[in-house]
Design a protein around this ligand. Structure first.
Ligand SMILES: *[C@@H]1O[C@H](CO)[C@@H](O)[C@H](O)[C@H]1NC(C)=O
Ligand SMILES: *[C@@H]1O[C@H](CO)[C@@H](O)[C@H](O)[C@H]1NC(C)=O
Ligand SMILES: *[C@@H]1O[C@H](CO)[C@@H](O)[C@H](O)[C@H]1NC(C)=O
Ligand SMILES: *[C@@H]1O[C@H](CO)[C@@H](O)[C@H](O)[C@H]1NC(C)=O
Length: 300
């Protein structure tokens, strides 16, 4: 009971964690009451971490991993209204049909794969379109299914996360990296402040999970801290600052990621200004979260 209560508290205060988990059947999506937006959060995932999370949920789960073991894959383009999450699930006459992606199917499979392999074919793309693409489509350049996905593929080539990180000598390894190093690597390669997200495993390791960069409506790269300057030395992340963050090359055997961090926090899209506000609180709560995780494990 105590953990449940604490989890609710955590859910109420942490909007920074994106939960775009398509692998779980969710209740009927609730559209946001607003459809307008100010900027796009472009999210890429480290598929190794995604796969670890997925396999942990069930030993039967399988993954689609890119052939090129260095590829960070697209998660999605998320239109965002300043200070809000979303808009999400906008009314739209444009319906997703995988046929529309035929011209780019090979690229979709290589760079925007559904890592969670044993789910309905195309469910990931359909989800991204319904939740985010329908809202993005108000921008002429993203006004169709194919244009939305093509832009995601294009940015994946233009902003290759593994290459950006490698410029600062950050490559997958078993030891991990200080989150500041990872953050600064992306910042110095792009010139803008990104968002870096992690999941926490039951060994209390922080595993790198998503790196997000932000674009304005002219599709120019912007700082993800759209509503205010970042305090000196501050970074936009939910990753551990006390321990090195893991950037594994391969999915560990018997992946032991139990409950992923964002499952705890519910269906939240990033909202960076709130993230900054809640940043200090969050750090404290993260400790509590880890304690809960430990206790839950301990009492099983
Ligand atoms: C974001 O933070 C940086 C400092 O890291 C600052 O230079 C920039 O002006 C901030 N962006 C906005 C829109 O406030
Ligand atoms: C990471 O680097 C920052 C800045 O250099 C430092 O304050 C922090 O203690 C380091 N964290 C770890 C886990 O070493
Ligand atoms: C990725 O694959 C290449 C070529 O097969 C191999 O040399 C390299 O060690 C692999 N890298 C990782 C991180 O597994
Ligand atoms: C993984 O788990 C299985 C079953 O629980 C066990 O038989 C196997 O030895 C484990 N493998 C590793 C590498 O720990």
């Amino acid at each position: 009971m105590l953990p449940v209560l604490l989890v609710l508290v955590l859910a109420a205060v942490n909007p920074c964690i994106s939960d775009d988990d398509i692998s779980v059947d969710k209740p009927k999506p609730t559209p946001t009451p607003y459809h307008d937006w100010d900027y796009i959060v472009y999210s890429q995932r480290w598929p190794i971490t995604g796969c670890s999370q997925w396999k942990e949920k069930s030993p039967k789960n399988t993954c689609n991993l890119p052939q090129d073991n260095s590829t960070w894959v697209v998660h999605g383009l998320w239109p965002t209204k300043t200070g809000q999450k979303g808009p999400l699930f906008c009314p739209s006459a444009l319906h997703f049909d995988p046929e529309q992606l035929r011209p780019v199917m090979k690229e979709m499979q290589d760079f925007w794969p559904n890592v969670e392999a044993n789910t309905k074919p195309d469910s990931f793309w359909k989800h991204e379109w319904g939740k985010h693409g329908t809202c993005a489509a108000s921008l002429p350049v993203l006004n169709s299914v194919i244009n939305y996905f093509k832009k995601g593929l294009e940015w994946n080539q233009q902003y290759k996360i593994s290459a950006l990180l490698a410029k600062s000598k950050i490559v997958p390894n078993p030891q991990g990296y200080n989150i500041s190093e990872i953050y600064q690597a992306v910042r110095s390669a792009t010139g803008k402040n990104p968002i870096v997200q992690c999941v926490v495993d039951e060994k209390k390791q922080s595993l790198i999970s998503e790196i997000q960069i932000c674009f304005d409506k002219t599709l120019d790269l912007i700082h993800c801290n759209v509503t205010g300057a970042l305090p000196d030395g501050e970074i936009l992340t939910d990753c551990s600052r006390k321990k090195d963050v893991m950037y594994f090359a391969t999915v560990p055997n018997n992946a032991s990621l139990e409950l992923e961090f964002d499952e705890f926090f519910g269906d939240h899209e990033p909202s960076i200004d709130t993230c900054i506000e809640n940043y200090y609180l969050e750090r404290e709560l993260l400790k509590v979260y880890r304690l809960i995780k430990f206790l839950m494990w301990f009492t099983l």
